[in-house]
Design a protein around this ligand. Structure first.
Ligand SMILES: *Cc1c(COP(=O)(O)O)cnc(C)c1O
Length: 822
């Protein structure tokens, strides 16, 4: 960004300056919003963003220790005279204003992309096509939100001559703000699909909202073949925007393109005015063809000579938009990011590495390709990389590529360098990689997926894929239902409802949840060993585990007087005091818990005279918060919880937190949040009231073999699988030992293969099942989904007359969990 002084910033924001007693008007050269990714320096300003989920003001003290001297805030009560503050009404708007101000200083072309799909891919492909000719700055990853867009626009700076920024909206009135930040000269509208339609009354209303991005454009690129294309043309002609639309369906358009799909590629012939161009892309699917056409049309919009770029279309590669977290050899954890390599995305990937390596338990190793950062002198660029690696506490660097090889002298951490990937692979020894979290990050042409293959644990191909972004989305969806002061405990018992183990807890810790809760002490010990330091409640503390509980600072659920006495003795024996416990009150579940007034009074008496224990919270559990027919009972439970809890409250002279709501309770009884809620199944994507949650888990595998059976043959044990006609059968390596319920056999269940559902034929075996794939083109190695985006866990649960909880927790531990994160 362009450097600004403190008073400049104050003027731009129309804010009120509260200078420190020793104020000097210093220069600010970057804006930060996340204390976790900041390591030091004084020429920065921190903007304290606030939202339903977080409050940036809470990090001011920490940042002052790290040397930050300027804070842009909206809450006056944080002002002190030892630092400088600019008070504004709304800090998100302040961020947008600063970004808009920064953007106005640069007159090179800015491409703005919006639409329902393809934004990030088009941005990356344009970068791949154009970067040999231009110095391009672009949005990191898919930074396209109300906060992501301004952070991207703040990256605009002198050395570039083209910017490509994407903008995404989900609600009305959001685009105007992003438009004022981006102010594109060239627009690309990808398409308008169903996403976020619930927030708009019609498709047209959503389209109008998106078009707001392009009001000031000179040129707009869009597809002519859509039902709404006329509307876009009208928008352009009213504003004298030049429309560069294109057609694949022989509509009259400035660019007419004819696709010819071959086995593994597509040849595109384009007619522009009276010129013809022809190029190839290594894809055959509809969305890739559409994205490539958008890129081609953008070259025309930029007034480039297309013939200079045509060859490069055949080199385009899939854009892996997410990091992949996998188990590696020798107890390593791999974080794969072969998406691109520039300083911004390196910073993002390093923060994931740190989060996953969790303080000192795993060695942090980075395998990095040459950085593609235009406009910075190599020496300076690699010094910055060195600085970043040091700041993130990286233990070892493996640098691959001619530039890194040449600049090995700038690195002060333990490191090794190779001029190319093949040399690296020739020197590769498995034993050099043990108990490390390894980030593998390289620009696409380095083909680091081959490097990753060396380090990957060779497991059978069956995986439960966990989408960590969906998990964060679900967490935030629930957080939005909470009052500002309500704390959140997340239930990670039973390996986070089957979805994994420490990786989920690490993510939740990073998302600042207040408590985690496990079923038994061993689960808590495992989390502590993985570096989790948020408070952890153990729901079933057994006497044998007291030593572990105390050694690992776990907090027991105390559900009986007897247990209280035993635990108290253990605490005394270990010489502890003020040890936090949680008291469970039984209000109708008739499971664990103190049920009667006299039981509670007995506990209270004991606590009063045994100061080594401190009641941190008291809670109860609802029997049927998901069931309308039981609402009256739920309210009775809440009533009885209130009156029993009051006995404890009266007797203790300190604040004790109260909580009763589980996931369905949060959705259906928002008035009874008390001090905290306990989120479980909702995090994993199941809602009782139709909240817009995302699917987090996909159970998938690959076809082992395909064969034909004749009409009179049978499939599987006991000749139960009868097809009645000559049929194609796919054999899939998943069985009841993996947690596939055997009741799904014999046609009751199905799997999703190549776009279609295939019924399970015959009995499910221990390690295998068979699918009837008649009418579906299937080959060995094709991907098979058992549940996920196409077959929901809820549907499966209904078929099996059970609840989603059982489906999720039933997937056996031998099925590898793989984590995806954007
Ligand atoms: C599992 C559990 C929860 C979470 O319940 P969900 O229905 O999954 O939200 C809450 N409280 C207690 C005590 C639990 O055991």
């Amino acid at each position: 960004m362009k450097t600004l002084t403190v008073t400049d910033i104050c003027t731009v924001l129309n804010g009120e300056l509260f200078p420190s007693s020793s104020f000097q008007n210093f220069s600010v050269s970057s804006i930060i919003t996340d204390s976790r990714t900041f390591f030091g320096g004084s020429d920065v300003a921190f903007i304290a963003l606030t939202g339903p989920v977080f409050n940036g003001h809470n990090y001011i003290a920490e940042l002052r220790q790290k040397g930050v001297q300027l804070f842009i805030i909206s809450d006056k009560s944080f002002i002190e005279n030892t630092a400088n503050y600019i008070l504004v009404e709304d800090t998100t708007s302040a961020l947008q204003q600063l970004a808009a101000f920064n953007r106005r200083h640069f007159s090179y072309p800015i491409i703005g992309i919006t639409g329902s799909n393809g934004k990030t891919i088009i941005k990356e492909w344009l970068y791949d096509l154009l970067s040999a000719n231009k110095r391009i700055v672009r949005s990191p990853k898919s930074y396209n939100s109300q906060i992501g867009v301004p952070l991207s626009a703040l990256l605009l700076d002198e050395p570039y001559d083209l910017a490509i920024l994407e903008a995404g909206i989900s609600e009305r009135d959001e685009m105007a703000k992003l438009a004022s930040v981006i102010k594109p000269n060239i627009g690309i509208l990808t398409n308008i699909g169903d996403a976020h339609q619930e927030n708009f009354s019609s498709l047209e209303e959503k389209l109008d909202e998106k078009l707001k991005l392009f009001t000031g454009c000179k040129v707009l690129v869009f597809r002519a073949d859509r039902s709404y294309s006329k509307h876009i043309s009208d928008f352009c002609s009213e504003r004298t925007i030049n429309s560069i639309n294109w057609s694949l369906e022989k509509q009259k358009a400035p660019i007419e393109i004819t696709p010819e799909i071959q086995s593994d590629k597509t040849r595109l012939s384009a007619k522009v005015a009276d010129k013809n161009y022809s190029f190839e892309i290594p894809f055959t699917d509809e969305s890739a063809i559409e994205n490539a056409c958008h890129c081609f049309a953008t070259l025309i919009a930029l007034k480039e000579k297309p013939e200079e770029f045509l060859e490069r279309f055949s080199q385009l590669q899939p854009v892996a938009m997410r990091l992949e977290i996998k188990h590696g050899i020798n107890n390593c954890l791999l974080i794969n990011d072969y998406y691109n390599s520039d300083l911004n995305s390196l910073g993002i990937a390093l923060s994931v590495l740190k989060q996953q390596a969790a303080k000192g338990h795993l060695h942090k190793h980075v395998i990095l390709s040459d950085i593609q950062q235009t406009g910075v002198v190599a020496e300076e660029l690699y010094s910055k990389v060195n600085q970043l690696l040091q700041e993130w506490g990286i233990n070892k660097l493996t640098g691959i590529g001619p530039e890194l090889y040449k600049h090995s002298h700038v690195f002060d951490i333990e490191s090794e360098f190779f001029p190319n990937r093949l040399t690296f692979e020739n020197h590769f020894t498995r034993n050099n990689y043990t108990s490390s979290a390894i980030l593998i990050k390289g620009a696409r042409q380095f083909e680091f997926e081959k490097t990753a293959a060396l380090l990957q644990l060779k497991a059978h191909q069956t995986v439960l894929e966990i989408n960590l972004n969906a998990l964060i989305h679900n967490l935030n969806t629930f957080r939005k239902l909470l009052k500002a002061k309500t704390k959140i405990m997340v239930m990670v018992k039973a390996f986070s409802y089957g979805s994994g183990d420490v990786e989920i807890a690490r993510l939740l810790q990073h998302q600042n949840v207040d408590y985690l809760s496990v079923a038994v002490a061993d689960e808590g010990v495992q989390l502590r060993n993985a570096g989790i330091n948020v408070p952890i409640v153990v729901m079933n503390p057994e006497q044998d585990s007291f030593q572990n509980i105390i050694d690992f600072r776990l907090e027991p659920n105390i559900y009986s007087y007897n247990l209280l006495q035993q635990f108290s003795d253990a605490v005394t024996e270990y010489g502890q005091s003020n040890y936090p416990i949680h008291v469970k009150i039984d209000t109708g579940m008739n499971r664990l818990g103190l049920k009667t007034k006299s039981e509670i009074e007995q506990v209270v008496e004991f606590i009063k005279s045994n100061k080594q224990l401190k009641i941190s919270s008291m809670f109860s559990h609802l029997v049927g918060s998901d069931e309308a027919a039981l609402d009256e009972f739920t309210l009775e439970q809440i009533d009885s919880f209130n009156s029993l809890a009051a006995i404890i409250e009266k007797a203790c002279d300190y604040k004790i937190e109260k909580h009763i709501l589980n996931s369905a309770g949060i959705e259906r009884f928002p008035n009874y949040q008390f001090d905290m809620v306990r989120l479980g199944i909702g995090l994993y994507g199941i809602s009782q009231t139709g909240l817009q949650l995302e699917n987090i888990g996909t159970l998938k595998t690959t076809v082992s073999q395909v064969k034909t059976v004749e009409a009179d043959e049978t499939v599987g044990y006991n000749r139960k699988g009868k097809t009645g006609k000559r049929s194609r059968i796919a054999i899939v390596p998943l069985g009841y030992a993996d947690g596939i319920n055997r009741k799904l056999g014999n046609g009751k269940g199905c799997a999703f293969v190549n776009g279609k559902r295939a019924p399970i034929v015959g009995n499910i075996c221990m390690d295998m099942l068979m699918l009837d794939v008649n009418g579906i083109e299937v080959e060995t190695g094709d991907s098979v989904e058992l549940f996920g985006p196409n077959i929901s866990i809820i549907e499966l649960a209904e078929k099996l007359e059970t609840i989603p909880y059982e489906i999720l927790t039933g997937i056996s531990q031998r099925v590898k969990r793989v984590y995806l994160q954007e």
